[in-house]
Design a protein around this ligand. Structure first.
Ligand code: ZN
Length: 55
C-alpha cells in the first residue's frame, strides 16, 4: 500500500513536493525543506535545490 499522495499537494495547476526522502538514510527518513535546500536531521545530508521546480 502506498501513501505517496500524502507527500504532495496541489497548488493551482502544479504538484508541489512537500516531503523528500533522504537518499542516504532511505525510505523512512524525510528531509526538512528550507528555502533553497533540503537537509536530513538524521545524517546531516544537504541537497540543494536546482532551479525553482519545487518552490
Ligand atoms: Zn539522512
Amino acid at each position: 500500500m502506498t501513501q505517496a499522495h500524502k507527500y504532495y499537494k496541489i497548488e493551482g495547476d502544479k504538484i508541489v513536493r512537500v516531503k523528500k526522502v533522504c537518499e542516504r538514510c532511505g525510505g523512512a527518513t524525510y528531509m526538512a525543506e528550507h528555502k533553497d535546500r533540503w537537509t536530513c536531521g538524521k545524517c546531516g545530508f544537504t541537497q540543494y535545490k536546482r532551479g525553482r521546480k519545487f518552490s
